[in-house]
Design a protein around this ligand. Structure first.
Ligand code: OAD
Ligand code: ZN
Length: 234
């Protein structure tokens, strides 16, 4: 049995990291076009970097919650038949111990040179001016995907989605493409969609199961159920 989990900001909400949309969502306080676009960055790199350092400080303190740990348990049991495709940049799946993680939107703990494209890990959490490339001293940017930029690893994500028997869709508003299409790819290839979210989304109409509530409470139960059914089949 092959399982893929597509995760969004909602899976990290119970770790204290604000989501983008919904109540208390980051996009209510900030306009995406002012912060998460290449144009915004080249106009005002200081402001964009300050926002990313603010997010880094929140993320640095955050620990994986029971939802992340439930996915770790799936990986422990299924090995390479289990993969996480995440839109999150917080690295909490890796902090929970997961290895099979495909990041679509990059990672907030990496910087990239705007001139020579060199990428390096940067654990700094205080804003001390715009970071510079250690190789060529040019302006660095967060190594994350902004609006209008291509997502990463999409071929691998489509491959995983099309081969999955079950796609768990956890804490994503399913409004950002192409991530939101991945569950449809699973479904079109004969797999099942299980959605876990506080509220219904546009995916709920095509999902085989919709579980409304907190991922940290619901996901551990779903994982137990999947693992015990799997044992019965084996
Ligand atoms: P959103 O903020 O759009 O959606 C978060 C979803 O999580 C919402 O549907 C909530 O209902 C749900 N949610 C919140 N708390 C939850 C909890 N405890 N348990 C379960 N569900 C919960 O986040 P994403 O869908 O990840 O991209 O957003 C996708 C992309 O849009 C982000 O990666 C980011 C953003 O713009 C870029 O910056 C490129
Ligand atoms: Zn450089």
């Amino acid at each position: 049995m092959r399982i893929v989990a597509l995760t969004g900001a909602g899976i990290s909400a119970e770790s204290g990291i604000p989501t983008f949309r919904g109540e208390n969502g980051l996009w209510k306080k900030y306009r995406p076009e002012e912060l998460a676009t290449p144009e915004a960055f080249f106009k005002n790199p200081e402001t964009v970097w300050e926002w990313y350092f603010w997010r880094r400080r929140i993320i640095a303190k955050a620990e994986p919650n029971p939802a992340h740990m439930a996915l770790k348990k799936l990986e422990d049991n299924l090995g390479n038949d289990f993969w996480i495709i995440t839109q999150n940049v917080d690295g909490l799946h890796q902090k929970a111990g997961c290895k099979n993680v495909v990041e679509l939107h990059g990672n907030i703990w990496f910087d990239r040179c705007t001139s020579c494209s060199y990428i390096w890990e940067d654990r700094e959490i205080e804003f001390k001016g715009v970071p510079k490339c250690p190789k060529c001293s040019s302006t660095a940017r967060p190594d994350v995907v902004w609006f209008g930029e291509a997502v990463r690893n999409i071929d691998r994500a489509y491959e995983l989605a099309s081969n999955a028997d079950i796609m768990l869709v956890i804490g994503t508003s399913a409004q950002v493409y192409p991530a939101a299409l991945l569950p449809i790819v699973t479904k079109e290839n004969g797999g099942k969609i299980i959605e876990i979210n506080l509220e219904r989304t546009q995916l709920s109409y095509v999902a085989d199961e919709v579980h409304l509530g907190k991922a940290g409470e619901i996901l551990p139960k779903i994982v137990e159920k999947i693992l015990s059914e799997r044992k019965r089949i084996l």
